[in-house]
Design a protein around this ligand. Structure first.
Ligand SMILES: [Cu+2]
Length: 491
């Protein structure tokens, strides 16, 4: 802009004052200039994108070619402190690491298949030659187990793109990743922080580690491969202009909601939206196979939720039934979510049948049972269940279960229809601040983690002093391949 202004000034002798008018007009058109401009503006440049909990894929140069090594493999993905699943991903994580290139780059991706079956790599939305599209059996032969395929193409687009296996079930097992094409001309206004959040869902039965890619009842809803409260918050400084790129490669659409701020949707999976066509909101629907970039000035201090607004996507280990039936004395035990998810055998073949009723989706063999937790065929005693989850804070006084503590529930709770709606799901019972401790969580309200599940995280809009303190702690942690490294290097 400044170059152009200088040029125009020279060419036409325009005074600087004339150029202030269009900017004022643009601001008033958008209602509030503080919503549009960062509090600390500088020259526009492309900030590297931070993919929390995932990070970037490194590259090497071969002449003018950016070379990436992408390996499809089975990965252990810890989605929550007590839940590690066997996903299929890339280079050690699911989703795979984010690839970042610039418009005009020439890119080579050396793709190795370490999976037990064939696959290929599709470049979603890329305008590349057909032979590079990664459609197995059509544009190329499938890449066999142990096989390799080299993809090579020019980048002439810009925006938020992604890569994924073109085998549907492989995609649902975690085979996806982000591919950022930074624009040759940096976007304006400049964003001080640029984040990416993958939206994914897994169906993993209790005491299992393998996602059932055919199941439509997803019980683990994750951002960048982590379920709340294990998600890492987005750390920003008060006044920063922030971009968040939501990417959805799953089975459901996700209405992504940000608290405390009004954002503009500035980009899609097809690249940047011209500024006059941006639209304001606080919730943006991110459909399957879509990306949505939103931008806002973080001018409202505090720890603000970012979450999918589908109620079932704000939970972990969801189950089918709730209500009084779970609270009668003498529960038949051992019923599990296999049953609760509708995989009934024998009679009665209905979830509400007496044989199953009280245990459905609740009696997982113990309170808060999870795959990596010792389990029995019968209920664990409260003590055993707690001993098995040492990192969790078990505040008996605050437990929501009427049998244990009374603090959080009314005396007549068991007589109220529909109670409990959220036993096992929410509340301070499952507080695990310490289990998910990390520098980005420093200073959060004690007990915060008990109310974070599924697709939930924060954007923490911190005062300069608090921001500096959290950043200092993040630096101090010296984490290898820190997804935040590009910000920490600048801080
Ligand atoms: Cu959702």
């Amino acid at each position: 802009m400044s170059d152009r202004r200088t040029f125009l000034q020279k060419a036409f002798g325009f005074g600087a004052g004339l150029f202030a008018a269009p900017k004022l007009f643009a601001d008033s058109q958008n209602g509030n200039s503080s919503r549009i401009r960062s509090a600390h503006p500088g020259p526009a440049f492309n900030m590297p994108v931070v993919t929390t909990d995932i990070g970037d894929m490194p590259h090497t140069m071969d002449g003018n070619t950016k070379v990436f090594h992408l390996t499809a493999e089975v990965v252990k993905q810890q989605i929550s402190p007590l839940k590690t699943i066997d996903a299929w991903g890339f280079n050690g994580s699911a989703p795979g690491p984010t690839i970042q290139v610039s418009q005009g780059d020439h890119v080579r991706v050396i793709f190795d298949n370490h999976l037990p079956e064939s696959t290929s790599m599709h470049w979603h939305g890329f305008e590349v030659p057909n032979s590079m599209d990664g459609m197995p059996g059509v544009s190329q032969e499938p890449v066999k187990p142990g096989g390799r395929f080299v993809y090579e193409f020019n980048i002439h687009q810009e925006g938020t793109y992604f890569y994924h296996s073109h085998m549907a079930m492989q995609e649902m097992a975690g085979m996806l990743g982000a591919f950022i094409m930074h624009p040759k001309d940096p976007y304006r206004p400049h964003c001080d922080k640029d984040f990416l959040i993958h939206l994914q869902e897994y169906a993993v039965l209790p005491s299992n580690t393998v996602p059932n890619t055919m199941n439509m009842e997803f019980n683990w809803l994750v951002f960048n491969g982590k379920a709340g409260p294990a998600t890492t918050p987005l750390i920003v400084r008060l006044g920063d202009r922030v971009r968040i790129r939501f990417v959805n490669l799953g089975m459901d659409h996700h209405p992504m909601h940000v608290h405390g701020h009004t954002f503009y949707t500035t980009g899609t999976e097809g690249g940047r939206i011209p500024e006059p066509a941006w639209w304001p909101g606080n919730t943006v629907l991110v459909g399957v196979a879509q990306a949505r970039d939103v931008e806002f000035v973080a001018n409202n201090p505090g720890d603000w939720m970012i979450h999918c607004h589908l109620p079932h996507h704000m939970m972990n280990q969801m189950s089918s039934n709730a209500g009084k039936m779970t609270r009668t004395a003498g529960l038949p035990t051992g019923g599990d979510m296999n049953t609760g998810m509708g995989m009934l055998k024998g009679t009665p073949g209905a979830p509400m049948g007496e044989d199953y009723g009280p245990t459905l989706g609740r009696g997982l063999g113990g309170v808060g049972n999870a795959s990596d937790t010792p389990s029995t065929n019968g209920p664990l005693s409260a003590k055993k269940a707690m001993d098995a989850m040492p990192d969790m804070k078990h505040d008996m006084g605050n437990m929501q279960m009427g049998q244990v503590g009374q603090n959080d529930i009314a005396k007549n709770a068991n007589d109220v229809p529909n109670f409990p709606q959220d036993a096992y799901m929410e509340g301070s019972m499952m507080t695990m601040d310490e289990a998910v401790e990390r520098p980005e969580n420093y200073g959060l309200n004690p007990g915060w983690s008990g109310f974070m599940q599924g697709m939930m995280t924060f954007v923490r809009v911190l005062s300069p002093e608090k921001y500096d303190e959290v950043i200092a702690r993040m630096k101090q942690a010296k984490r290898p391949n820190d997804p935040y490294s590009s910000i920490l290097e600048r801080a």
